[in-house]
Ligand binder design. Structure first.
Ligand code: CA
Ligand code: CA
Length: 241
């Protein structure tokens, strides 16, 4: 089944791309490049795609760092999952965490997003996530987001206040106050003070990663977002019942 939005985008000659165009650094990369970046097995990111659609990952962006963890360390951060995917014609884009080459689902379009956002259609608002580390050693850990099913409508993730607690002691912190996208970033990664009037949860800066494949100039985006809103009303469901 061809998705209606693919045809509409082709007619317009542009991708239904990111609302974060003003801060795009690089386009999102194919999922195979993301898997290499995070040191996961091929297919590992698509393997955690959430129900009910189980859409495979197509492309995305991420950040990572490495740290000397001990068993029982708790890594935590704040995130705001934002998306332009709208029901019923949606692809279930998702965000994930990666540690030591293992990936786990963080959130997705059909997960927590609820409230109306700008310029994205939906957002979770900032939520907290934490994960207990189960092995000792220097491990890569990171956060990523992917377009699922296709790359035509984007999602993005605001991230801040990443820290590792060892008992009562904070042994690692990155709140992006030094404009450091953790140790490394891939794809569409930006650090800024506020994005779309959303403020960081810690300090003065936060990170934004998105699934944007084709950066658009802000003026183009502002025009296109109106077109996209109209198109959203006429989309046809691309999934079988
Ligand atoms: Ca998408
Ligand atoms: Ca911060």
């Amino acid at each position: 089944m061809l998705c209606k939005r693919i045809m509409l985008a082709a007619v317009l000659g542009v991708s239904m791309s990111s609302a974060s165009a003003a801060v795009d650094y690089f386009p999102a990369v194919p999922v195979a490049e993301l898997e290499a970046f995070f040191g996961t097995a091929p297919g590992a990111i698509s393997a955690i795609t959430p129900p009910p659609y189980y859409d495979p990952a197509v492309e995305g962006s991420g950040i990572k760092d490495s740290f000397g963890f001990a068993v029982g360390d708790v890594i935590s951060f704040d995130y705001n999952f934002m998306t332009d995917e709208l029901s019923p014609d949606l692809a279930d884009d998702y965000a994930f965490v990666s540690i030591g080459g293992h990936v786990a689902l963080l959130d997705h379009v059909l997960g927590s997003p609820a409230s109306v956002s700008y310029p994205y259609e939906l957002e979770t608002g900032y939520l907290s996530f934490s994960l207990e580390v189960l092995e000792t050693g220097t491990l890569d850990f990171g956060i990523g987001i992917v377009d699922a099913y296709d790359g035509m409508v984007d999602s993005a993730l605001l991230i801040d206040n990443i820290k590792v607690m060892r008992g009562a002691s904070e042994v690692y912190r990155n709140g992006f106050e030094d404009f450091d996208p953790l140790g490394a970033g891939i794809g569409d990664v930006a650090i800024g003070s506020d994005f779309f009037d959303m403020m960081p949860t810690e300090g003065s800066y936060q990170a934004l990663i998105s699934t944007a494949a084709v950066p658009l100039p802000p003026a183009v985006w502002l025009l296109f977002s109106g077109i996209a809103a109209l198109m959203g009303l006429s989309r046809h469901q691309h999934r079988g019942s």
